[in-house]
Design a protein around this ligand. Structure first.
Ligand code: TXA
Ligand code: MG
Length: 331
């Protein structure tokens, strides 16, 4: 049976979802592992497939801004402003949940994360199903998120079908904010919608960095997440690269930005110098490096400025077990 559902078969994909199946779907950020939010056993199956603890809530994907007030309660005015400005797009907002959202979606929490994805196939599919779709990223728990349909099939050993929407345009997961308070908005996970853009859009106080001890659970905030299997190091400059290489005698797959690293390793990949392009290719590059026959992955640190924060966060999590002390400045 064909595991890839073509973009012309939205109706078929909707049928699978309405029949209680879990399928892979494209979004502009990364591929999601989707189920109809009203189907408890289908949603539970997402957790099983991912190997994700049941207490980690899923994002609910809607296709119409008007559905915001159907699934969320106590929506502050700034959240409407952000929705009108950034939806459809890579922004997820957490609210108090309405009774229309089952506890099986929210990991028994009283809050729900809502997002309207900016992908024509995802939007058409949600409309066709007639109900929102719960979807975490379509990777096994703790692993790299998929940005093409083939990665979804690989990740789940062909156990699920995937609606093929081609490569994702954004490439890293959405920015998540906690919008449960009227007078304060908290960034729970950085993404390609930056703190600066959020600050420009609203007058409400924005709390930058969450340490999450008491707030809602964000699984991406576990320190080692989005991780390749190989040891992964991030270095800042040539001296750091040299000392890393002196300490590690194995072979290395290098992801670099500066010309100076061009011929340093047998296998390397030059990363794009613009953050949007970098984000778009990051997970693909990490998978390629992880699938190579090299012993480790080394990554040149991108500039530590605002528009790179989402990317720096993912690099830090990818390299957490081997190298975490670099990222004190912006994160
Ligand atoms: O770009 C994205 O956000 C992608 C695409 C598929 O939409 N989805 C994604 O899902 O990254 P996932 O499950 O891998 O990460 C969603 C994050 C998790 O860290 C989860 O804990 C958090 O959203 N989340 C979901 N519901 C929440 C809630 N009620 N309160 C706080 N965090 C929540
Ligand atoms: Mg994820």
């Amino acid at each position: 049976m064909d595991l890839f559902i073509s973009q012309n078969d939205i109706a078929l994909a909707a049928q699978y979802l309405l029949a209680g199946e879990v399928i892979g779907i494209p979004t502009e950020t990364v591929y999601g592992l989707a189920a109809d939010i009203t189907n408890e056993s289908a949603v539970k199956n997402i957790f099983k497939l991912k190997g994700r603890p049941l207490s980690h809530p899923l994002i609910v994907h809607i296709a119409d801004i008007n559905d915001l007030s159907r699934y969320a309660l106590n929506i502050p005015p700034y959240a409407y402003q952000l929705a009108h400005l950034f939806w459809p797009g890579p922004l997820t907002m957490v609210f108090q949940k309405s009774n229309e959202v089952g506890h099986w979606v929210t990991g028994n929490q009283e809050t729900v994360a809502l997002r309207m994805p900016n992908h024509p196939l995802a939007l058409a599919l949600i409309k066709q199903v007639g109900k929102p779709l719960a979807a975490p990223s379509a990777n096994r728990f703790g692993r790299i998120s998929p940005t093409i349909a083939e990665h979804v099939i690989q990740e789940f050993n062909a156990a699920i079908k995937v609606l093929d929407g081609g490569p994702c345009g954004v490439g890293i997961e959405s920015t998540i904010i906690d919008a449960t308070k009227a007078d304060e908005c908290r960034v729970l996970r950085p993404g390609m919608i930056t703190l600066q853009e959020l600050k420009k859009a609203i007058n409400t106080k924005i709390v930058d960095k969450n340490h999450n001890e008491t707030g809602p659970k964000v699984s991406g905030s576990l320190k080692s997440h989005y991780a390749p299997l190989k040891p992964t190091w991030v270095f800042k400059n040539m001296p750091e690269y040299d000392s890393m290489r002196q300490n590690f005698s194995g072979s290395c797959y290098l992801l670099y930005l500066s010309e100076a690293f061009k011929n340093k390793e047998e296998q390397s990949l030059r990363m794009p110098s613009l953050p949007k392009e970098y984000a778009k290719s990051l997970y693909h590059a990490l998978r390629q490096a992880d699938d190579s026959n090299k012993d480790m992955i080394a990554i040149e640190l991108p500039p530590e400025s605002g528009e790179w924060v989402g990317i720096l966060d993912r690099l830090q999590k990818s390299s957490y077990t081997t190298h975490s002390q670099l990222f004190s400045k912006v994160l």
